[in-house]
Design a protein around this ligand. Structure first.
Ligand code: PMP
Length: 353
């Protein structure tokens, strides 16, 4: 095994809820969409399944075309992959190698340190501010001549906080032209903060900004694995060199195309999740928990040393959440029922900080 991999932390997927007799379980550990797939999407997948003896279209041209159409972009500015996470791997492998540096905020999406190590590059994690937002001044200070890529996550996983357009634009003034800035917007559809940065506007004006989005969250296709990137054509062309051949299956592609065609129905579901998030944050704060400002489909509670007690208590009651030992817990916003259950259970604990 390569030396660089000895220090790679394993990706920790959200746990399934423990089975407790007579109690409804709730999986709030992986930021999934609580709704079942739309019938039109299931139908599209069934049709695609009928030709599974054939490899899929290697360029996913129908899906790339549908995404380009939706955003009024050129198909050369669009790339798809087996989840946005595959594109993050490609970014590291395409643009970095040993001796190069990748700057990202910490805590943020846990794949970032992994992909950095896999590429053999060096990680420069920059702590979040006290408000659990990206510290863009400190991130700009952390850039060196070896920095090739900056990964910005907005809304940030696991804190839910966003980067404002004004802060992003100020940050970009300090970033050299030959450094690629990635806006990982996996949760952007849940964002209702009008001052937050929007990658779509930003990438069009620059040649070193790439936007990542996914069908896993707002579109409810986590199990099929499909995400996409939008960026300047030369960046996209470079990224295609590290694409896994036939990575996006025909079923995934068909589901994504059908989902884009059903955008109205799906965005009503996103609105319902946002409504639940607003309620949940308010109720948790009323209970005295320290909750970050979330614009995503999850909330972050700073619970410090109480994290283990809280997460174990919820787990004993068949509610799975995502703990970060000694720091806090990330809880996915689910249905009204799962939120009610959460609030009911948390009444039994007293926040220690
Ligand atoms: N970026 C962020 C910030 C995420 O939280 C996730 C999923 N956990 C991804 C990217 C990747 O999503 P997917 O591979 O399912 O598209």
């Amino acid at each position: 095994m390569r030396e660089a991999l000895t220090s790679v932390p394993a990706y920790k997927a959200g746990q399934a809820p423990s089975a407790v007799a007579g109690v409804t379980s709730h999986k709030l550990s992986s930021n999934e969409n609580p709704y079942e797939p739309l019938p039109s999407v299931v139908e599209a997948v069934a049709q695609a399944a009928a030709s599974m003896n054939r490899y899929p279209d290697p360029t996913s041209s129908e899906l790339v075309g549908a995404i380009a159409h939706k955003y009024d972009a050129d198909p050369d500015e669009v790339i798809v992959g087996t989840g946005a996470v595959a594109l993050i791997y490609q970014i590291a492998q395409t643009f970095t190698g040993p001796g190069d540096e990748i700057v990202y905020a910490w805590r943020s999406f846990e794949a970032y340190p992994i992909v950095t190590a896999v590429a053999g590059a060096t990680a420069t994690p920059v702590p979040l501010t006290d408000r659990l937002t990206h510290d863009l001044d400190a991130m700009a200070d952390a850039l060196t001549a070896r920095t090739r890529v900056v990964l910005l996550c907005t809304p940030n996983n696991p804190t839910g906080t966003t980067i404002s357009a004004a802060d992003f634009q100020r940050f970009m003034q300090r970033v050299p032209d030959d450094v690629l800035v990635v806006l990982d917007e996996a949760y952007v559809e849940f964002c209702r903060d009008g001052s937050a940065v929007n990658g779509l506007t930003e990438y069009r004006n620059r040649h070193n900004v790439l936007v990542l989005r996914t069908f896993s969250k707002a579109y409810g296709l986590a199990g099929l694995r499909v995400g996409y990137g939008l960026g300047p054509a030369p960046i996209i062309a470079a990224l295609r060199r590290t694409s896994l051949p036939f990575g996006v299956t025909a079923a995934a592609s068909a589901a994504a195309v059908a989902s884009l065609a059903a955008e109205d129905e799906l965005s009503a579901r996103v609105d319902a999740v946002v409504e639940q998030r607003i309620q949940l944050v308010e109720r948790l704060r009323q209970q005295g928990w320290s909750v970050a400002d979330s614009e995503a489909n999850f909330v972050w509670l700073t619970t410090g040393e109480q994290t283990g007690e809280l997460v174990n208590f919820l787990d004993r009651n068949a509610v799975a959440t995502r703990p970060f030992a000694g720091e806090g817990v990330r809880i996915t916003v689910g249905s009204q029922e799962s939120n009610d259950r959460l609030i009911e259970l948390l009444c039994e604990l007293t926040p220690s900080s």
